[in-house]
Design a binder for this molecule. Structure first.
Ligand code: ADP
Ligand code: UDP
Length: 236
């Protein structure tokens, strides 16, 4: 597989074309951003940890019969993926209240949510990723009703799989964000699943083990990501 030109440089990953028009290379960088890119810092080894973490989680999801972008991990920081036509919305599921839900609704952090909630956000940093609903997605043509329904049902199924996986490793899966795209007409999970895009708390102490360590200046960001990976059995 030959890496060709840079297609897109996002906040945390760079996307490269390859000699196969259906495949891309995702390069996970050490850049760590918060508040829609207002703060960016380099954290040593973060790209490698997230690439390996994402590979591990996507394999678990595939094993449960859900199609993902994943083809293979190419190096410490690169993965070969299916080139998806990305749907510009973020799918967020929450098992406990945190982050923007607390700010928006005045809910106390840590409140258990039953049933788990599902929210869509528009991917648009300039607008600070506003929350949108099914009607916005349909009327502006970002996805079809069938894709909306499928994004919800797959994201909730992934929640069931991952909640259990993290629970067995002594962690609470508080919330997470997924992105989907279309490949040969099928809805496929894209982007990444790593501690950058979810909230994880230690089950006993509720220690924050995710990107909130960076957002809130709690320190030991990469060291904690490594602890999460080790608890799950991700080979680093
Ligand atoms: P951002 O764009 O939010 O700054 P990243 O730095 O993670 O995020 O950049 C990765 C970009 O690649 C995102 O825009 C994401 O939607 C896109 N992407 C992720 N996976 C795929 C894929 N399999 N096919 C095409 N694009 C993808
Ligand atoms: N999230 C993300 N990218 C975004 C927005 C949110 O990965 O652009 C993740 C975030 O890490 C958390 C979940 O989605 O795990 C819910 O985020 P929330 O809406 O609470 O926003 P935040 O306050 O984290 O910006």
């Amino acid at each position: 597989m030959q890496k060709q030109q840079e297609l897109y440089r996002g906040k945390a990953k760079t996307v490269f074309t390859t000699n196969d028009a259906d495949k891309l290379i995702l390069e996970f960088r050490n850049d760590t951003s918060a508040f829609d890119g207002e703060i960016i810092e380099q954290l040593d080894r973060k790209g490698e940890i997230n690439n390996k973490f994402n590979h591990f989680i996507m394999q678990k999801i595939e094993a449960e019969g859900i199609e993902t972008q994943l083809i293979e991990r190419l190096s410490d920081t690169e993965s070969l993926v299916k080139k998806l036509d990305m749907i510009p919305v973020e799918c967020v599921v929450r098992n406990f209240a945190a982050g923007s839900m607390c700010k928006r609704l005045g809910i106390e952090e840590g409140k258990a949510l039953s049933p788990s909630t599902f929210e869509f956000f528009l991917k648009n940093d300039a607008l600070h990723d506003p929350m949108v609903n099914d009607f916005h997605i349909l009327v502006f043509g970002w996805a079809t009703q069938a894709q909306i329904d499928e994004m919800k049902s797959i994201t909730l199924k992934i929640n069931q799989i991952l909640k259990q996986l993290f629970d067995q490793a002594g962690m609470l899966l508080v919330d997470f964000k997924l992105e989907f795209g279309v490949f040969e007409g099928r809805l496929v999970l894209g982007d990444e699943f790593s501690p950058d895009g979810c909230r994880l708390w230690d089950k006993e102490t509720r220690k924050k083990m995710d990107k909130d360590r960076f957002r809130q200046g709690l320190g030991s960001v990469v060291e904690t990501y490594i602890e999460v990976a080790q608890r799950l059995g991700v080979k680093l």
